[in-house]
Design a binder for this molecule. Structure first.
Ligand SMILES: Cc1cc2nc3c(=O)[nH]c(=O)nc-3n(C[C@H](O)[C@H](O)[C@H](O)COP(=O)(O)OP(=O)(O)OC[C@H]3O[C@@H](n4cnc5c(N)ncnc54)[C@H](O)[C@@H]3O)c2cc1C
Length: 548
């Protein structure tokens, strides 16, 4: 059993804390020319610069929690508390590098099982201590910020010891996983039974089953395996009102599906301790392939055609010209030069990379699905880059976040945001967000690179995921991004008729709360607040998130 996970290093993404990814010189030169970035080094402040303050956890609450989990599982040390302070957004990383204020929890509590979680929740409710459920801590929307709100103290409930595969039902293809299981471990344990979850978000290496459920996460193969909420068959939740178990059959007409009230509840309604998930047979064969389409509009129409003809590949991912340029630049080398020359010769003016990945039981099955997709694609005149391009994407699928560390060291502001909308609005939404980010970030000689992709497509619409790179404002680095993010959110959701959702898979957290009423209405917010009052009358669960 894992006693603790390494949360001591939150200045970087790289799971082992190593700084093994460097920004290639050719990529740095490209950034200088595109963005006005100048050569500079912006190392993290020394560890001693981070302030943790004294723990304000009252003695009576500490003793009561220690009686449940054992005193050795109530961590009050500076490193342990700093290690669970906040998530992994750009602003969180800046805070951990010594910029701005970092809310630090008063203690970290490590329960061993669902019963201990329930008992800790009860103690916190009784003593009025805020409690932040913490899975992998990969939230990029402030979901794990240690906010006290009106409480005297706040503790982080790190679920890393809930790391078991509880049971497998091979007949129904169900598995019960404890909430703290990290995605690679879930896949490893399920593989021993011949199964997979198929949930591969870019945060795969660190994020947990409970975190996926709590945020309605969506993985890179969502077209094939579904979003995480599609995989959830049942949940076990510890609330201040007692334990809540949901899920007895694959479908039910017994009122609204309350499992979906828990999925996406971001720790504000209860602590998810176990999730019953639908699993699938592990694929024996996979084929990942790259194509290039000329121009964003043609590319998006091609993905729509695939979705509406119901022949999406399991992974279907379209990069816009800017993101394709970033991808080509980052890979560099003679092969990329050859590809660029080949595309020019084929008359492709604005290359948009399309990655299609199929996973299945046999080569024949994949070949049949691939043929059906290519029939639909034909009208969009795709240029095939073959399996080498697809495999290159597959192998580098987790590299992007690692490069964030190197970019931060070089003085780059690098952050992502995401949304989704219906097909008829996809182009308008992309233009509006690009425009808002460009307006907010073009100043004092700084110019942003704004890249976008579709990675989750539906019959009726798609998600849009934006990555922004811009030289950091040395005088106000946090304000620089906050203003840009606010401008983008305003463009997405600030009008009477929102262009799209404020979040397709990153969740609400702290950052998206102001935009929630615009999306679900004041009545919707009241409904969520009423549920919260019912389940968490003293408001100790994840203060400041989702419902406030
Ligand atoms: C580099 C990077 C890439 C990312 N890529 C993706 C992506 O491709 N797709 C995607 O969907 N997301 C992505 N994310 C966002 C993030 O990884 C997801 O939101 C993920 O689901 C969070 O899981 P976690 O275990 O880290 O949860 P945490 O960050 O620990 O928590 C997230 C929220 O869930 C709550 N929570 C956690 N566990 C529980 C529990 N057991 N019970 C109740 N509440 C709980 C927390 O309080 C918090 O509000 C990415 C993040 C980063 C940093």
């Amino acid at each position: 059993m894992t006693e603790t996970r390494d949360h001591t290093v939150r200045r970087s993404w790289t799971p082992d804390g190593g700084q093994d990814v460097i920004l290639p010189d050719h990529a740095a030169r490209w950034l200088y020319s595109k963005t006005g970035l100048t050569e500079m080094s912006t190392p993290a402040a020394p560890d001693s610069a981070l302030v943790a303050g004294e723990s304000a956890l009252p003695d009576a609450a500490r003793s009561a929690v220690a009686a449940v989990v054992g005193p050795e599982h109530v961590l009050l040390g500076r490193e342990d508390r700093l290690g669970r302070a906040g998530g992994l957004s750009y602003v969180d990383l800046l805070r951990h590098r010594g910029t701005g204020d970092l809310p630090v929890p008063d203690a970290v509590v490590l329960p061993a099982d669902p019963e201990q979680v329930a008992a800790v929740v009860a103690v916190c409710a009784e003593h009025g201590v805020g409690l932040v459920p913490f899975g992998g801590g990969t939230s990029v929307v402030g979901g794990v910020a240690a906010l006290r709100a009106e409480h005297a103290a706040v503790v982080v409930l790190d679920l890393c010891r809930l790391d078991r595969l509880v049971s497998v039902d091979p007949v129904s293809r169900l598995a019960v996983l404890q909430a703290g299981v990290v995605a690679p471990e879930a896949e490893r344990m399920l593989a021993e039974h011949g199964f997979t979850l198929g949930h591969v978000p870019q945060s795969f290496e660190r994020a947990t089953i409970g975190g996926f459920a709590a945020t309605r996460s969506s993985g890179q193969a969502s077209a094939g395996y579904g979003r995480f909420e599609d995989m959830v068959e049942g949940v076990r939740v510890a609330t201040p009102r007692g334990e809540w178990r949901l899920g007895v059959a694959p479908a039910s007409a017994a009122g609204p599906d309350l499992r979906q009230l828990v999925v996406g509840s971001e720790g504000a309604f209860g602590v998810i301790t176990e999730v019953t998930v639908r699993v699938r047979a592990r694929p024996a064969v996979h084929r990942y392939e790259g194509f290039v389409l000329d121009g964003w509009t043609r590319g998006a129409e091609a993905v729509r055609a695939l979705a509406q003809s119901r022949v999406l590949a399991d992974v279907t991912r379209l990069s816009d010209p800017q993101e394709t340029e970033v991808a080509f630049t980052m890979s560099g080398g003679w092969k990329t030069r050859l590809v660029r020359g080949y595309l020019r010769a084929r008359g492709v003016a604005e290359p948009c990379l399309l990655v299609l990945g199929w996973e299945g039981a046999s080569t024949a099955e994949i070949a049949a699905r691939r043929r059906a997709a290519l029939r639909v694609l034909r009208g969009s005149r795709p240029v095939s880059l073959g399996t080498a391009a697809g495999e290159a994407w597959r192998h580098g699928r987790f590299a992007g976040p690692r490069q964030r560390d190197a970019l931060l060291d070089r003085g780059v502001c690098v952050e992502t945001l995401e949304t989704a909308t219906y097909w008829s609005t996809v182009d308008d939404l992309r233009a509006a967000v690009r425009g808002a980010l460009a307006d907010a970030l073009t100043e004092d000689g700084r110019r942003p690179v704004i890249a976008c992709h579709i990675s989750h497509a539906y019959e009726t619409g798609a998600s849009l995921y934006f990555t922004t790179l811009v030289p950091r404002d040395p005088d106000d680095p946090i304000g620089q991004w906050k203003r840009a993010k606010a401008a983008a959110c305003q463009a997405i959701a600030g009008t009477e008729r929102p262009l799209g959702t404020i979040t397709h898979h990153h969740a609400v957290g702290v950052d998206h709360r102001p935009y929630l009423p615009g999306e679900i209405g004041e009545l919707g917010v009241d409904v969520l607040a009423a549920v919260k009052r019912e389940l968490d009358p003293s408001g100790v669960l994840n203060p400041g998130k989702l419902t406030g």
